[in-house]
Design a binder for this molecule. Sequence first.
Ligand code: PNS
Length: 162
Amino acid sequence: MKSAIYPGTFDPMTYGHLDIIKRAANIFDELIVGVLDNKEKTPLFSVDVRVNILKEATKDLPNVKVESFGGLLSDYCKSKGIFVVVRGLRAVTDFEYELQMSQINRKLSDNKLDTVYFNTSLKYSYLSSSSVKQIAQFGGDLTDFVPGFVADMLLEKFDQKN
Ligand code: PNS
């Protein structure tokens, strides 16, 4: 069985992420969506909420599992026997960071971990979790960016903050 992991912060998941998940799930037998639980970062949504958003959005994809992980991605992959990392590339500006991450993960895994890139669908090429949060903060329309239930959660969060 060919498994892969799609790791990320997913704060929150956008339609761009979901697009990559669906396409990767068509190629691999099993896709684990790995949600980073990073105590140093202060995400808008807790790791449990980010995991639940992804679980809800992928509930109709039987070969997709959503899990949280902490520490090094290479260690997590080793513990699960996974050798393929999936990442999305929106534009050439993503490339330098992604290449560096891929090389580090390869080095840390004794050359066992490979990264495969999906080019983000054009209609999502401008989309990021950060821009979605900014739009939500100022009450903008999120319809084309995140599922309705995520939009509601974002608006509620910013309502509480204001
Ligand atoms: O969605 P993001 O924030 O671009 O995802 C980044 C992520 C989670 C893939 C990356 O930060 C990561 O793998 N962090 C775990 C720590 C690690 O393994 N670091 C070494 C590679 S740079």
